[in-house]
Design a protein around this ligand. Structure first.
Ligand code: FAD
Length: 293
């Protein structure tokens, strides 16, 4: 219930104005969003962690904004080390205006990334964008086989989706949104995640296991061993600011561990989704407001 409310608030322009303009939210934002992307990437790299960088922004309403997002990514690519990844939201590239526009913009970033040894992963967003996401991914993959895509385990067709993505780079996550037919109970989502993991680990693609959930991390590790995957044959991914010690522990054990690092001024919807994921974060948020207030 609280999650639904926070996700609704994440789409409210009025709430965005109130929260974004409050200087009191700065500490909470800093926990989840890199204020200096160059420094954050250097620091994570020094600690043996890989990165996937997200230039924050989504749901753009005109072509100029979409072009601005492309330019931000092109500028970013020159600052990332070899082996990095960029995470891209198609609605930031104009998907709500035209599917062709989003495809063209994603292709531009893909080409520049590929020439620098950097991969691109297409984030999954609201359920009404998922069909276009996979259609764009399939088109891009013909030219750029390493382009990755996200599957959200809360969607009931996620297992079938994983089967259809045989051979691809696939990031599996639980899903940060809601859908009319989506699973809502934690147990159902976890079961779906584990079923997807089984398909991806048994396949020939490159699974990217995006979760902070200790049980699912153990299941992924066990399945990788069972399927005879080398530690370089899959990776774990976690969000910047979430379970940093666990990130380092997995990397020290020899796992490929990638941190998803968002940066940029358009952080409001991203932050609200992080709060919706974990009620304890709301208390952290409230405490930081009160202690400043
Ligand atoms: P949960 O059951 O939510 O959390 C397990 C444990 O992790 C919690 O008990 C807590 O200890 C810790 N934890 C989880 N979230 C937080 C938090 N915000 N703050 C502090 N602790 C926390 N979703 C999409 O819909 N589309 C995407 O493209 C997408 N990309 C992602 C990329 C990465 C690398 C990651 C890690 C997540 C991504 N997500 C995406 C979000 C994902 O769907 C989940 O909403 C989010 O990861 C929380 O789920 P969980 O698997 O960590 O499990």
């Amino acid at each position: 219930m609280l999650r639904q409310v926070l996700l609704a608030v994440s789409r409210s322009e009025r709430a965005q104005r109130v929260v974004s303009t409050s200087p009191l939210t700065r500490d909470v934002v800093r926990r989840y969003v890199a204020d200096d992307i160059g420094r954050a990437v250097d620091e994570l790299t020094r600690r043996g962690l890989l990165v996937s960088v997200d230039h924050l922004g989504e749901d753009v309403h005109d072509r100029t904004q979409a072009e601005g997002a492309v330019q931000a990514y092109l500028a970013l690519l020159g600052r990332l080390p070899d082996g990095s990844d960029v995470s891209v939201k198609l609605t930031a590239l104009g998907l709500r205006l035209s599917e062709q526009l989003a495809l063209d913009n994603a292709a531009t970033i893909c080409e520049s990334a590929a020439s620098r040894g950097i991969t691109l992963t297409l984030d999954a967003e609201e359920h009404d964008t998922v069909a276009a996401l996979h259609s764009i991914h399939a088109t891009l993959r013909k030219e750029h086989p390493s382009v990755g895509v996200v599957v959200q385990a809360y969607l009931p067709d996620s297992v079938e989706r994983c089967r259809r993505l045989e051979g691809a780079r696939v990031r599996l996550c639980k899903g940060a949104y809601t859908a009319p037919d989506g699973y809502t109970s934690a147990a159902e989502i976890d079961r779906s995640f584990a079923r997807c993991l089984r398909v991806l680990m048994a396949g020939t693609g490159y699974p990217m296991v995006a979760t902070h959930d200790p049980r699912l991390i153990r299941i992924a590790s066990a399945l990788a061993v069972l399927e005879g995957r080398e530690p370089t044959g899959f990776e774990f991914q976690m969000l910047y600011g979430v379970r940093p010690h666990e990130q380092e522990r997995l990397a020290a054990e020899g796992a490929r561990m990638r941190v998803y690092v968002p940066f940029g001024s358009d952080w409001y919807p991203y932050l609200m989704r992080r709060l919706a994921e974990r009620p304890a974060n709301l208390a952290f948020f409230a405490r930081s407001l009160l202690s400043r207030g």
